[in-house]
Design a protein around this ligand. Structure first.
Ligand code: AMP
Length: 511
């Protein structure tokens, strides 16, 4: 059986009366999950949709939203999660592009989403609230509580994930049952998932991190999830002592560290903290180790590929190195190439390309774009720039470890020289009083692009930008030294904690 749901279900515990999901309000046993997802799958099956039909979902996080995802898989349909932040013009684009047969939205958005859905020719619109309200659950309630999961092939489509699309229109990455099952099975082994794990789940579920990496891991292990709508430090501190695994974007770790109550005692049952989706600062990595006694495991992936690399979990696989995203996962091939596509020597910076059973099958209805993003011999161009081994954050990194330097579109070319923002950010972040920084390129009449830094000071610190520039000049080549440093109270971030450099480039475009 190749349906991803069947693969996940193979890990469910024998005793289905135990708790699968716990929220602050209630608990759901594995039996409850099975019955509720069966009702929803029966409802979807009753619509008699063609194979490959899309179910687009824009709802707040709730266990029922996860059940809807599982039901869509069970019914053999294609799940299409949408960021809850999207508004009318964005939803209009996604529905027009993906042409779903079913749309599920939050009850409070029913009027405008319903209007857009009808205009896009969507046949079935339901609502689902985060407190078990809405027309979807009402409609599903009368359906049988058993369902025979629909047979699917490994290369059948399971999910379409729209990329965040900071340049141009968002693209729908098509992920198959095989892509996700292979990645879930690999991570299950590599991160040592156990049936007695308790996952503290605080991530959104419209993205790979929360929906696939976190939820799949717990489901496949038959492990309990503590399900919270978002990171709330008070709630996190309440549940941490009962948890064994936590996944977060770097901001989550920064926020935990900012609370004096977060200490070794709070993590007494934890076995693994995982970070990803955006770079984890060395300062956070070190401070976290000192405060909690735990070494955060940083990993790297993207919508198009699910997880690609991970720092080791088991000592036998090596050390967890801050400032790196670890090694390619078993079964994943990774190479670093120059602009002409030639493989580079260890430590040289270039474009990261990948191949493996986890790599998506292409962009939805964008054959041209798909062709552009794959090499003739089947490597996917990730758009990330990095290196394999070599020096990272001022020290030598052993062979086999990958470090990300940035997105290729964030690379700055100043006076013909390549400037990698992450390198400069590393130097700036080391200056006393700096909380964090972002380095961008802005148009410049002589150099083409000029290097500009946006710096956030630590609380109650006033930074002297001239002294900072003078200090940087002593340490790095002149062409890399920012032409200007702007002080900001915070960096613009999206919901996954990624710094929005396109927003910064717009704000600071004039020198
Ligand atoms: P998304 O498709 O939204 O998950 O974004 C994927 C992108 O996030 C990758 O291409 C990387 O640029 C970035 N990313 C993910 N994990 C990391 C990480 N651990 N360190 C640095 N960047 C990361």
């Amino acid at each position: 059986m190749s349906n991803l749901y069947a693969v996940l279900e193979s890990g469910f515990p024998v005793d289905r009366k135990t708790v699968a999901i716990e929220t602050p309000e209630r608990c759901y046993t594995w039996d409850d999950m099975d019955r509720a997802s069966a009702c929803l799958a029966n409802l979807l099956a009753s619509l008699a949709l063609p194979a490959g039909a899309r179910v687009a979902v824009q709802v707040e996080k709730s266990p029922e939203a996860l059940l809807l995802y599982l039901a869509t898989l069970r019914a053999g349909l294609v799940y299409l999660p949408l960021n809850t932040a999207y508004r009318e013009s964005e939803i209009g684009y996604f529905l027009g592009n993906a042409e779903p047969d079913v749309v599920v939205c939050a009850p409070e958005n029913a009027a405008w989403v319903g209007r857009i859905a009808r205009a896009a020719g969507v046949g079935h619109v339901y609502t689902l609230g985060d407190q078990r309200t809405g027309t979807l659950l009402d409609a599903a309630a009368s359906f049988p509580q058993t369902f025979c999961t629909v047979e699917r092939k490994l290369d059948d489509l399971a999910v379409i994930l729209y990329t965040s699309g900071t340049t141009g229109r968002s693209k729908g990455a098509m992920l198959t049952h095989g892509n996700m099952a292979s990645n879930a099975l690999t991570l299950g082994q590599y991160w040592g998932w156990r049936s007695d794990d308790v996952l503290l789940h605080m991530l959104p579920i419209f993205h790979i991190h929360g929906l696939f990496v976190a939820s799949h891991g717990a489901l496949l292990a038959g492990a309990r999830m503590i399900w919270l709508p978002r990171l709330d430090v008070n709630q996190a501190l309440h549940y941490l002592p009962r948890s064994t695994v936590m996944m977060g974007v770097p901001t989550y770790y920064v926020r935990l560290l900012a609370d004096a109550r977060f200490d070794r005692e709070a993590c007494r049952n934890m076995r693994l903290f995982i970070s990803g989706s955006a770079p984890l600062l060395m300062e956070t990595f070190n401070a976290f180790r000192e405060r909690s006694g735990h070494t955060i495991l940083e990993r790297y992936g993207m919508s198009e590929t699910v997880m690609l690399t991970s720092n080791p979990y088991h000592c036998a696989d090596g050390e967890r190195l801050g400032g790196t995203v670890g090694k390619p996962l078993p079964g994943v091939q990774l190479r670093v190439v120059d602009d002409a596509g030639h493989a580079l020597a260890a430590g040289d910076i270039g474009h990261i390309q990948v191949r493996g059973p986890n790599v998506f099958s292409g962009y939805w209805r964008m054959p041209e774009k798909t062709r552009e993003e794959f090499t003739a011999d089947g490597w996917f161009k990730t758009g990330d720039v990095g290196r394999y081994g070599g020096a990272s954050v001022g020290r030598q990194v052993p062979e086999g470890y990958v470090s990300i330097v940035g997105r290729s579109k964030d690379l700055i070319i100043s006076g013909g020289y390549n400037v990698y923002p992450k390198e400069i950010e590393g130097f700036i972040d080391d200056i006393p009083g700096v909380a964090e920084s972002a380095v961008i390129g802005v148009p410049h009449p002589d150099f083409g692009e000029a290097v500009v830094a946006v710096v956030v000071p630590k609380p109650h610190v006033s930074l002297d930008t001239q002294a900072m520039l003078a200090g940087l000049k002593q340490n790095i080549a002149n062409f890399k030294v920012p032409k200007r440093i702007h002080i900001a109270q915070e960096l613009p971030r999206n919901t996954m904690g990624k710094v929005q450099k396109n927003v910064l480039r717009e704000t600071y475009q004039t020198l």
